[in-house]
Ligand binder design. Structure first.
Ligand SMILES: [Zn+2]
Length: 93
């Protein structure tokens, strides 16, 4: 896997989400919202503080401390993100 950046626009140092079901495609808030709108509206409004957006969930690397410069090793499962990794993700823009 590559470093922690949006697959569409390449932006870094922001929160990214991934599809809950399929192989990880990491997307920033804007592109997650575009993707989820094309999949159908879930009838809720979302902000970048939401760790789940419709079918997408927070993408939290296991090696989060170095994922901006080193390839991502793996992503935590949505229900198994440790507190320090969750705090790292929430601190992103
Ligand atoms: Zn993007």
């Amino acid at each position: 896997m590559k470093t922690y950046r949006c697959d569409v626009c390449g932006c870094t140092n922001v929160k990214l989400w991934r599809d809950y079901e399929s192989a990880p495609r990491l997307l920033c808030f804007k592109h997650t919202m575009e993707k989820e709108h094309s999949a159908g509206d879930d009838g809720q409004s979302h902000s970048p503080n939401d760790d789940s957006i419709h079918w997408s969930v927070a993408a939290v690397p296991t090696n989060f401390a170095e994922c901006m410069t080193e390839p991502i090793q793996a992503l935590w499962g949505y229900t198994s993100v440790p507190p320090d990794a969750a705090a790292w993700w929430q601190a992103l823009a």
